[in-house]
Design a protein around this ligand. Sequence first.
Ligand code: SAM
Length: 286
Amino acid sequence: MNRQHSFENEKPTLYLVPTPIGNLNEMTPRALDVLKSVDIIACEDTRTSGQMLKHFEIESRLIAYHNFNEEASTNGILELLSEGKNIALISDAGYPLINDPGQRVVAAASGAGYNVVPVSGASAFLNAIVASGLVVQPFIFIGFLPQQHTDRLKKLREYKAYPMTMVFYESPHRIDKCLQDCLDVFGDRQMVLARELTKIHEEFLRGKISEILPVLPELKGEMVIVIDGNHEDYSKDVDMNAIMDMVQASIDAGLSTKDAIKEAAARTGIAKNRIYDEYHSRSGEC
Ligand code: SAM
């Protein structure tokens, strides 16, 4: 076990400092104090963060913490901590670690007994979920879906039965493909697209997936997708193996898959969609 009393020891500290996701006024006084007080700021990109820090007149030394070489960067930061240096980890925008680098160094630094101290602040998923109007508790933050169509479908099928509201990040040039896949896998659920959060063009589109899809070509900027969870009643105790056997037997007897599923639904009282999804997830199709 490892207990950390953040402010009751003299150990070097790794601070996790969020930076604004658009509106620079969201930099908190505490975040500024920490960034000014540390010996070193580890960032993703020294040019991007250099500009932001210049705006706030912060002159602490900047080093790059690279996602693609996290091991070497982590070792470098551990060495600096061992020399007694206090370090702040920042990302280009929002919270470090939230779809940004930092996972490895936080695990390593806390594991080595250094203080790891989070500073409160901006993260795009929080703004999106709280203003979505969809149920907030429970929600699940998923971040980016896989870029490849088949991998994305596979992941979405895993999430399909989740009852909690889901939050995804997506880049603007893939948003149409991603939402189309969500519609194909989840059906036409309620969703919210939160765009350009905290910026002048901030916008929320709330509606069914099918209503938001046609508007996508007009939309630019950074986006968060929030999608309603699955509220089907899964409480009914169901022997899906037996139902799949029933479907297969009907297909073997000459019925089409569609009719076999319809018949199984009528015989068992289980929703046709549910049997359809189970059948196709087992056969590996959408
Ligand atoms: N660390 C960041 C955070 O805490 O939110 C996320 C970084 S991730 C590399 C970038 C993604 O976050 C974007 O593709 C978008 O989905 C989301 N994002 C970041 N800023 C945003 C904003 N102002 N409005 C909407 N989405 C944003």
